[in-house]
Design a protein around this ligand. Sequence first.
Ligand code: GLA
Length: 373
Amino acid sequence: MVFVLSLAPICLAADLASTPPMGWNSWNKFAEKVDDKTVREMADTIVSTGMKDAGYIYVNIDDTWEGERDAQGNIQSNKKFPDMKALADYVHSKGLKIGIYSSPGPKTCAGYEGSYQHEQQDANTWAAWGIDYVKYDWCSADKIYKPTEMQAIYKKMGDALKATGRPIVFSLCQYGLQNVWEWGGSVGGNLWRTTGDIEDNWKSMSTIGFDKQAGHEKYAGPGHWNDPDMLEIGNGGMSATEYRTHMSLWAMLAAPLLAGNDLRSMTKETHDILENKEVIAIDQDKLGRQGTRVSKEAGAEIWTKPLENGDLALALFNRSEAMVSVKAFWEILGLKGKHKLRDLWAHEDLGSFRDYYSREVVAHGVVLLRIAR
Ligand code: GLA
């Protein structure tokens, strides 16, 4: 008797979002002003700036691409996107992947056509276009469904995407309602937003990143991630110091890294923040552990994240308005003896330190380190 085992689909599913998804999303910078040309140029720029090599793979169209349904109920794109299949082919030709957006409600948050009562049909259409990533945003679904139906509604799309046979990353967006981290993975989610929308300012970013992720860490891991929302780096509302903190914090959180700026006109400073490969390596570490805060004192926060090779990422953050000296004792990090440190923003080996490490950190700044073990 011959047994034929087909492992391919299992492998594909396990590989999907095995590290936090990286790419670009249109919403933070462009909102309704995104179109086919912009998306193509973003794909070109991801390649030409080295972002692709740094790991930014998904080019995600957010809300406002949707047009009318045809007589058979098939969703069509609007006139900003003349041919979705051609656009997907173009993005794929660059070695990148493409994402799209919808809502389980009749209308999306920006008032465009949602997937209500067309779930499998839409999933099939997206798969036929070659879509690799779907963000599914609750929006008007709260007018149709009872809160108790939410999990089943997300599962419906999770199952619909699986039924297409195409590996499609499934991104849940319902702002952290009903402790989504507890069930997001079981409905097929590869990531789930944990909060309301991020804004391009220190208060919004720091509140979401520092205060609203604690306690969710045990739900993050390969294939399923907490999503504190897309990056605002380069959009102008924060200083370079604050954007480095944003990038470092998202890396410590093992958060998806979806750039949200206009890549075509980014400054060298923005480029260097988004493309710091040593920081990206913390985010993308294969162990897939979300970092946690180990201490908090007068605006100074110490966070750690265990890494696959046994190293430890250590972040010394300063949330206060003045310079502070932050001292990390090995004892509270679970370490003993002497350890080698590397500064991941200065790209510099700092030497070996016994018992503790202490550094001045500027207001709203960070010192991000890798401790060898
Ligand atoms: C919601 C989401 C945002 C974005 C907009 C689009 O607010 O949380 O990320 O997708 O909808 O309308």
